[in-house]
Design a protein around this ligand. Structure first.
Ligand SMILES: NC(=O)c1ccc[n+]([C@@H]2O[C@H](COP(=O)([O-])OP(=O)(O)OC[C@H]3O[C@@H](n4cnc5c(N)ncnc54)[C@H](OP(=O)(O)O)[C@@H]3O)[C@@H](O)[C@H]2O)c1
Length: 124
């Protein structure tokens, strides 16, 4: 398995995460499949990891934040709050479709992700 990861992964361009005014950095995780069985449990773990600045979920369809929140509650996990009041790490849900060119993302979102994501977890 590690051989496959090494052979097909190019992670050298990933960022070190968001940089804060005091010079520290915290990681930004990009997660696909956050409404699915595995993704919901992974998101639940990530959102309480205080070494992370952000978890960005790529989700297809409409009302993407509500969809992720519903997926969490359907598995007896805490729902997402409005971002300002979320006691967990900041969870950002972005509309995307994995089968589309550039994942269906706007150029602005693509730029933000390419500059800030430090870890990708693909379970979509
Ligand atoms: N569950 C296991 O025990 C297990 C074991 C080994 C490997 N895996 C692999 O791990 C992956 C996830 O498994 P799972 O059980 O969590 O699957 P799942 O419950 O069916 O979830 C799939 C997730 O991927 C999303 N997705 C699928 N196609 C998409 C697209 N075109 N654009 C955006 N999002 C898309 C789904 O979004 P929607 O909600 O919009 O459909 C959902 O969030 C699969 O590849 C599976 O083969 C799973």
């Amino acid at each position: 398995m590690l051989g496959l990861v090494n052979q097909f992964s190019v992670f050298s361009n990933l960022s070190n995460g968001l940089r804060y005014e005091n010079g520290t950095r915290r990681k930004v995780v990009l997660l696909t499949g956050a409404t699915g069985t595995l993704g919901t449990h992974i998101l639940h773990l990530l959102r309480s990891d205080d070494t992370l600045a952000q978890v960005i979920c790529l989700v297809r369809g409409k009302s993407v934040r509500q969809r992720v929140s519903n997926a969490l509650t359907s598995r007896q996990k805490e729902p997402l709050r409005s971002e300002a009041r979320d006691i967990y790490r900041s969870v950002v849900c972005v509309k995307a479709s994995l089968g589309e060119k550039n994942l269906g993302l706007s150029s602005q979102d693509t730029l933000y992700l390419s500059q800030n994501v430090s870890t990708i977890i693909h379970v979509g």
